[in-house]
Design a protein around this ligand. Sequence first.
Ligand SMILES: [Zn+2]
Length: 472
Amino acid sequence: MKCALGIALATLLGLPSAALAEATVLTNVTIVDVETGRLTTGSSVLIRDSMIVAVGDAITAGDAVYLDAEGGYLIPGLWDSHVHIFSTPTEPETALPLYLINGVTGIRDMGGLWPITDQKALQARIEAGEVAGPRLILSGAWVDASPGSWPGMFLADTPDEARAVVERIAAEGWAAVKSYSMLDEPTYLGLAAAAKDQGLRLVGHVPERVSLGTAIAAGQAGVEHFGRIPMACSTREAEMLDDLRRVMAEGAELARVFEVMAARNRIVLESWDAGLCQSVLAHLARERVHVSPTLVVADFYTGNWPAADTPRMRMLPARVREAWGKPDFRLAAMTDEVRALAADSIALYRRTFRLAHDAGVPILASTDASFANPYIFHGFSLLDELDIYVAVGLSPREALFTATVAPLRFFGLPDQDGTIAPGRRADLVLLDANPLESLAPLRRPRAVITGGRLLDRAALDALEARLLEEGQ
Ligand SMILES: [Zn+2]
């Protein structure tokens, strides 16, 4: 697919009075340490060329512009570790500002239609400050069995093909290899081995015919979505995998394959075992397998959709809203049984999620936001996801950790680790109230700083107004 990068993104350049002075001191801030929960009041932060240069209680820099934060709370910018911004030629035009107005200054893209060269071009323009948007990690080298669950995927049906695909992925410069659902086990194991040989991380879906334990043993570093974890807590995981292997080996029609997969919901509810779950979760924690839960996706399946007149809907291009209103193949694939059990399934997911967090499984806050995923919103849905974490029992600090420190430790970027300290990138969000007491202030940041830009409340309002206008 050809993407009109230059034209499509031109509108992002003209942000209202956003550039930071070369040297800027934020004074009178309350710095939030998301790891320890410590608050440091009356601090100053010196930012030079989009980097934090100094943090202390009295900073003077002769050439600097001073901005009084009036005691506001400063947190590291948020990350959404599972999004898709490249599912249409113009999606970033809407997605990038939606992230910024929600305080999201980093995203990991997990697969789309744009060629890698165009994805990298956008990434470079954001890094250079030419385009306003969150920092972008390109992790969308998704590999599936043919014909592929989505257009544009890498395809592999044998271990040899998997090895060849991984060589291409490495040569193209992707951040990781992403496994997808329909890979068979030998091909998946070939993919994992080839990724290891290339020094690339394997993240992604645990394929539907592979056990979670096999994926952990194969060295999968990141598990996308949560469903396979409660399934591994079922005493019948092996039987469910065998059922699917059998119907697929028989060459059953896709409808039959989906039916067998849909039956898993009931089986997991009937056979989820607390003792088994503890050992599964301990295994994940011990191996430092990072889980991107995307719990908010349940809203799509249960019809928990915002009204058409809500701002988040009105900020979308009209054709996206129209597409979301049409019948969806994933909803059509739901059986009556799955619908009837949805509330129980969601409750079990959430319970298992809470146990996973308590067991020390590293969690990366994530949403699956994409124009291709109805009612999962760029930006807004990350805040919804964090609210779910708090609703199931994480403290606001623990929820924030999954969107700041945890992803940055996993990604290993040299200049960012989720702390506010000298030598770190100045990707910051200034809030009116203490986010360790409630995450509510995240919904209306006082300012967002990223890429050498400061978007104060007026600039964020202007950005929202522009999105609303474009969504007409
Ligand atoms: Zn996804």
